[in-house]
Design a protein around this ligand. Structure first.
Ligand SMILES: [Zn+2]
Ligand SMILES: [Zn+2]
Length: 103
């Protein structure tokens, strides 16, 4: 299974094209921009409670047959938060101090 490469930040809804170095993902591929991860989420995924890592960039060049961003295009399905901002803030406060490996 390849990453879907979701098109937007779930928090601020900015565009995150597949080559955007600001994209961050959790292990379930919940997707946010680096700014929201640092300033609003404190490295706590609002959905699963896990930490984030930079999303790898899918190569534009087809170095191997069938594998490129053109051949395996990104998702166009925008995803939005299903929790209130107040709920997310409390969730981050509860979890942020726990290192991701111990959550
Ligand atoms: Zn954002
Ligand atoms: Zn998550």
């Amino acid at each position: 299974m390849a990453l879907a490469l979701r098109p937007n930040c779930e928090y601020c809804d900015c565009d995150l094209p597949p080559d955007d170095q600001r994209a961050r993902i959790c292990s379930y591929e919940c997707t946010f921009c680096a700014d929201c991860v640092e300033r609003h989420l404190r490295n706590v995924c609002p959905n699963c409670g896990g930490g984030f890592t930079p999303r790898p960039i899918r190569p534009r060049t087809e170095w191997r047959p069938g594998l490129s961003v053109a051949k395996r295009p990104p998702s166009d399905k925008r995803v939005h938060l299903s929790y209130s901002l107040q709920d997310i803030q409390a969730h981050s406060e509860r979890i942020a101090a726990i290192p991701p490996a111990q959550r």
